[in-house]
Design a protein around this ligand. Structure first.
Ligand SMILES: Nc1ncnc2c1ncn2[C@@H]1O[C@H](COP(=O)(O)OP(=O)(O)OP(=O)(O)O)[C@@H](O)[C@H]1O
Length: 222
């Protein structure tokens, strides 16, 4: 569905992405790596917020390299924050009704139907994150890009969000530092280090890979 082919992005002398290639085949893929490895830059390039110096990005057979972010989102490749316009003084259901006729189905999917009459400003962080997912899904995206969906959430909130994301059938790419949570969701990971792909494969193989352990995961986690 999504193919990143030889993408390089430089900021002056700094090579933030160095000939990065991988494919996403309609499932859930995790992108991991240490701080500064290039993960956010990669999302920025895929979603059109930055133009790569070289390389191509293909989405469902179309070359989307360098297209505007709004155009890429219209084509169905959606970064969740692009759609996260929550009106805090409106209820959960009112927020969703603005963008969707299926608000009940979506609220049930993300586990917020019981909270539909609560004013969005009173939701917990975890619930707000779920509302964001529901709002993104209302646009019927073909693929979602999620940047650290678990950051700032408690362990209980993380557990609950994992269950929600497991029920979402839309393919997704997730950047995440919380590996326990991520590995519960994805069947493949791409590991970046200094802008290069140092590993691509199953999470259980990543934690045993010596380059990944050395660059990011550490002996203790492995
Ligand atoms: N707009 C920019 N101008 C200059 N340098 C940048 C810019 N954006 C990112 N960088 C640099 O590019 C490198 C990759 O940064 P990036 O934010 O993509 O890493 P990351 O893997 O997302 O890190 P983190 O896990 O901390 O979010 C870093 O060295 C960063 O300082």
């Amino acid at each position: 569905m999504l193919e990143v082919e030889g993408v390089t992005k430089r900021f002056g002398a700094l090579v933030a992405l160095d000939n990065v290639s991988f494919k996403v085949n309609g499932k859930r893929l995790g992108i991991i790596g240490p701080n500064g490895a290039g993960k956010t830059t990669l999302f920025n390039v895929i979603s059109g917020f930055l133009k790569p110096n070289s390389g191509k990005i293909w989405f469902n057979g179309k070359d989307i390299t360098g297209l505007r972010p709004s155009k890429i989102a219209e084509m169905g490749l959606v970064r969740t924050f692009q759609l996260l316009k929550v009106f805090k003084s409106l209820t959960v259901q009112e927020n969703l009704s603005i963008v969707s006729d299926d608000s009940r189905d979506l609220l049930e999917l993300v586990g917020l139907w019981e909270k539909r009459n609560i004013v969005a400003g009173n939701l917990s962080q975890g619930e707000m994150r779920k509302l964001g997912i529901a709002l993104a899904l209302a646009k019927k995206p073909k693929m979602l890009l999620l940047d650290e969906p678990f950051s700032g959430l408690s362990p209980v909130e993380c557990e609950s969000l994992i269950e929600v994301l497991k029920d979402v059938k839309t393919p997704m790419v997730l950047i995440e530092h919380k590996l326990g949570e991520l590995f519960d969701l994805v069947d493949r990971v791409v590991v970046l280090n200094f802008g290069r792909v140092i590993f691509e494969g199953k999470p259980e193989e990543a934690v045993r890979n010596s380059r990944v352990v050395e660059a990011y995961i550490g002996e203790d986690y492995a």
